[in-house]
Ligand binder design. Sequence first.
Ligand SMILES: NC(=O)c1ccc[n+]([C@@H]2O[C@H](COP(=O)([O-])OP(=O)(O)OC[C@H]3O[C@@H](n4cnc5c(N)ncnc54)[C@H](O)[C@@H]3O)[C@@H](O)[C@H]2O)c1
Length: 309
Amino acid sequence: MGKKIVVTGGAGFIGSNLVLELLNQLSEIEVVVIDDFSSGSFKNILNAHCDIITENLYRFDWSDYFSKKEIEVVFHLASLTDTTILDERRQMQNNVEAFRSLLRFFSGTSTKIIYASSAAIYGMRSGKNRLQDDPQPANPYGFSKLQMERLATAYMKENPQTRITGLRYFNVYGPREAHKKSASSMIFQLAKQIKEGKNPRLFSYGEQKRDFVYVADVVRATLLTAIKDCPLPLFNVGSGHARSFNDIVHILNQTLKTDAKPEYFPCPYSFYQSHTEADLELTQKHLGYVSKYSLEQGIAEYFDSGWLL
Ligand SMILES: NC(=O)c1ccc[n+]([C@@H]2O[C@H](COP(=O)([O-])OP(=O)(O)OC[C@H]3O[C@@H](n4cnc5c(N)ncnc54)[C@H](O)[C@@H]3O)[C@@H](O)[C@H]2O)c1
């Protein structure tokens, strides 16, 4: 790889794990983080020796900080990530317009752009989520991610030499997510409730299933995207398995040696996805990615890391 790598949202959950892995693997390359700390935290990047530009990407002038040719790869992870924020203008400006100004700056360059999309694009459906499925985002967050994908497609049409790949992350959990509070993974939130001696609270009756993927898998898939020549504009990144919220409580009880009983309550959201499951066939074929962590293994490693509680 070349001279500089930029990670937007590098103080956030996935971004900070990516930054630490990049610094660990590529000592000769300069890593630069751009983050406005609207949700991320310094605690995540305490040990990351790299430059941090504290700016909001929605109003960011890339040319104030960079020349066009010095950046080899941009990992664009910055985003409003609380899916329950229904302010459509906020979601669109923060997610889509920030991406547009990034694409404008890099158009015509050979910089590889890898951006975070989301399984939220699939909306409420059952069975495996395939790239060719019709998008059905059920909330402004999901729509903003879909619009980012459409923008990337339009830019690639106009600039065929520009290399842009979107990654539809599923439900990610692991170290450095505590700052996300109510938007953190259910693994983190349920573990917190159990450790506080409370009953873990689940939407009735805990059998909704999600594709929970450990952050180390997500970081690996993201790095593979940077290394490989990607013939497709999009990939799913998940574990490939749908597991229930009751499963999480069961595994946490075993891990924490507790016997906490779930307390069920009605789901207040009309747009709640009760089944996500990544079809990873193309991700495996083109990126060589296979998930290494079952939910049991991911939770065990998370617990051992000291970040779960
Ligand atoms: N965590 C998941 O389960 C998941 C699932 C699907 C997609 N994603 C996507 O992955 C990416 C990373 O998510 P995360 O879980 O690490 O969330 P996060 O909230 O921890 O990280 C996002 C980071 O972006 C920063 N940020 C937000 N808006 C910004 C702006 N306008 N300018 C500069 N910085 C800004 C925040 O301060 C934060 O540090 C996001 O794009 C998110 O939509 C995450």
